[in-house]
Write a protein that binds this ligand. Structure first.
Ligand code: C2E
Ligand code: CA
Ligand code: CA
Ligand code: CA
Length: 275
């Protein structure tokens, strides 16, 4: 039977209500997620052109007791809107540095990349808290890389500047994430302590057949190298993408082809990136 227009409106209204409720419920439980030990870091390998491991990206996972796993694509925006990301981000960094210490003891000399939100950069004490945590654990700042999206970086650059300058003093390096999806000022990029540029997955997907994606990837690689930055491509899923990127001069690769995010990460000298 067909629904009358008013029934349909009711249906939409209750669905909207459900969404609001869901949102409130998520925010409420996210507040307690750290204390309730529901957050975890997963690690995805990064490799050079010869597929040797160079490091890992830490990716946050939230296992909700009744909803199950909630995607960071869903809860990170909520954490940013509510400011909860500052506390969550501190937890992520603390875990990442502790993990780095453990791996270093097993012989790991690569780096760990950690995602950082704009709001964290606006906090003037942020860089120094990282430095203290690194010093406490005896981990070198060179082993930690902070990933910030192009959009977040350019959004409030004046507000972030103090933190970014402090990064440079402390030897903390920056990777510009999702590069190509935002609108960067090259002058700013040159002025910032950027060591790596990450080509967004949306441009990698079309390789090697989409000519626009090919041209974009080539341009990003050349521009990054001109500025003295290394380039890593994210979302590499096929051999064809990997070999195209290697041939185009892309320094590093990350994606399901090289390894999915997992709990394990570095496991000693043997190659153990499967998870
Ligand atoms: P991102 O930083 O661009 O991370 C890459 C995303 O692509 C991850 O999704 C990863 O699991 C996924 N991925 C990696 N390789 C492949 C591939 O070959 N194919 C496909 N289709 N996907 C791939 P994930 O883990 O769901 O994270 C989503 C986003 O959430 C991240 O995007 C990042 O922006 C944010 N995020 C994750 N952890 C944190 C965190 O600790 N702090 C902050 N502020 N944001 C985080
Ligand atoms: Ca990232
Ligand atoms: Ca991305
Ligand atoms: Ca082609």
């Amino acid at each position: 039977a067909k629904k009358s227009p008013s029934q349909r409106v009711q249906f939409f209204a209750s669905e909207l209500g459900d969404q609001v409720l869901h949102r409130q419920e998520l925010i409420h439980s996210l507040k307690a997620a750290i204390e309730n030990r529901q957050l975890q870091l997963y690690f995805q390998p990064q490799c050079d052109r010869l597929r040797r491991n160079t490091g890992y990206e830490a990716l946050l996972r939230w296992h909700h007791p009744t909803l199950g796993p909630v995607s960071p694509a869903e809860f990170i925006p909520l954490a940013e809107e509510t400011g909860l990301i500052v506390k969550i981000g501190d937890w992520v960094l603390e875990q990442a540095v502790a993990t780095l210490k453990g791996w270093s003891e097993k012989g790991f000399t690569g780096r760990m990349a950690v995602n950082v939100s704009a709001l964290q950069l606006h906090d003037p004490g942020f860089a120094d808290r990282i430095a203290v945590s690194l010093r406490d654990k005896g981990v070198s700042a060179r082993q930690l890389e902070l990933e910030i999206t192009e959009t977040a970086l350019m959004q409030d650059i004046e507000l972030a500047m103090a933190t970014l300058n402090r990064f440079r003093e402390l030897d903390l390096t920056l990777a510009v994430d999702d590069f190509g999806t935002g609108y960067s000022s090259l002058a700013y990029l040159k002025a910032l302590p950027v060591s790596r540029i990450k080509i967004d997955r949306t441009f990698v997907t079309g390789l090697p057949d989409n000519e626009q994606d090919e041209a974009l990837c080539r341009t990003i690689i050349n521009m990054a190298h001109t500025m003295g930055c290394e380039v890593i491509a994210e979302g590499v899923e096929t051999e064809a993408q990997a070999s195209w990127l290697a041939l185009a001069g892309c320094d590093e690769l990350q994606g399901y082809l090289l390894g999915k995010p997992g709990l394990q990460g570095f496991q000693g000298t043997a190659d153990a990136d499967d998870s």
